[in-house]
Design a binder for this molecule. Sequence first.
Ligand SMILES: Cc1cc2nc3c(=O)[nH]c(=O)nc-3n(C[C@H](O)[C@H](O)[C@H](O)COP(=O)(O)OP(=O)(O)OC[C@H]3O[C@@H](n4cnc5c(N)ncnc54)[C@H](O)[C@@H]3O)c2cc1C
Length: 478
Amino acid sequence: MINNSIWLKGVKTKANKKLSEDIDTDILIIGGGITGLSTAYFLMNKDREITLIDKGKIGYGATSYSTGKVTYLQDTLIKGNSEKEDLYLASQIDAVNMIKNIIIENNIKCNYESNSSYLYATNKKEIKNIKKIENILKRNNIEYKIKNSDLLYNSIYSIKVDNTATINPAKYLLGLKELLNNNIKIYENSIAEDIDYKDSKFVVKVNNNCIRCNVLVVATHYPFLVSLGLIPFKTHVEKSYLTAFNVEKNKKLNAIAQSGNNSIRYYSDDKDYMIYCSCSDKLGKNIDNAKKIGDLSWEVNSKYNTKMKYIWNNCDIMATDFIPLAGKIEKNLYIATGYSTWGITNGSLSAKVIADNILGITNKYTELFNPTRTSNIINLVVSNLSVGKTYILSKLIKNYSFYTNVSVYTKDGIRYGKYIDDKNVEHIVYNKCPHMKCNLIFNSVDKTWDCPCHSSRFDIDGNIVHGPSHYSIKVEKN
Ligand SMILES: Cc1cc2nc3c(=O)[nH]c(=O)nc-3n(C[C@H](O)[C@H](O)[C@H](O)COP(=O)(O)OP(=O)(O)OC[C@H]3O[C@@H](n4cnc5c(N)ncnc54)[C@H](O)[C@@H]3O)c2cc1C
């Protein structure tokens, strides 16, 4: 079994150079995922000087660990406010068409496959919610069919829409990077650590240098500074496990359970595959990753009578109202996050909103996505209670008795984590996330130290694998 995303199979790219001097630019975009690259795409050739940086190599963020569906039939369409529901649905249909056009116009080879999307129910409550979604579709004259969904395991009711698609998201990002490389400056392995504002310019500390810019776009999935839009207080993080395994035939469809807990799609490469996603949970809820993988393996075996070929996990930032937080937060500072597991469409669309705002073009989704909007107070409290609970739990969990080679201990008031590898070598790191000081939990599957509240991850030697933290947890050896 391969412990990595199927989209990264065989991906070999040459990294652009690392930033090694101070530079000035007009627009700086931090982050080379779908949001950052799409923002650069919409801004290029408009007589503006654009620079994009990524802390690692482009194509290794959350986008390349998704299921790669490009669809407007989403589990999160219900917003409890018909005006918002209609506008949000329109935005997603626009995004599906926008991505299709980008791929066709630029001939991006990313296994684009036009197919149908299903939304299915496995119990009565989910049927009730699907009926509400049917009303939203009807109200907006979107054709759908009620299906007898024998195609989907365990489903008792489902609806289907057409004109949706699936892509290989890593190939899409690398296609965009290739296109942009001729038009803008891109630096890789260049991590943004801090932002200052001096003499009417943003000054971003990157590696040991700085970039001065007039306009700053933070497209880092989770904003790396807490002060940027106070995102930790408006969102929570969800984590899911995904697997890919061989099937006899690509049935040319993608589907999601109305609960959001299960999702499937097909993919044809050297062989036909099904990508199956399960075990979605609030980050920190079930910290035993080995058990999750065991459960997933059992599901694949019992439902599809086969074995997992690839296994990986992904996290996404859930906004309390399931609408992206994307746009201007102050001066010429823009952020984009909170895609609530629909970031292929929402990342592209947030990029368009931000690019239009920068260029002074009216965009009808600016207000809907406004990152400074007031959140629904009840959802906000519930979301923060859950993150708070995880934070407190992370403080209480002191040792990991179920792993013999992992321990957490305190020395001179400092908390450390120790992992002993197969060759009996000790790897000691600080056991506190530099982002918001949460204690870290050991992930036995990926061999990483994970923040159970905000999704930062570090390898066994303390290097950052995933933000929002932009500092490592390395212990300097004397
Ligand atoms: C299980 C799962 C399945 C999903 N499937 C789908 C799907 O089928 N369809 C869909 O629409 N959405 C899906 N999503 C959601 C989607 O994957 C994400 O919302 C989206 O990819 C986020 O894009 P991004 O550009 O914000 O982040 P990323 O792709 O993570 O890009 C951010 C980039 O910023 C860089 N970065 C971070 N910090 C710094 C820093 N300090 N300095 C410099 N660079 C930095 C990172 O290296 C990274 O390359 C799924 C999510 C999950 C969890």
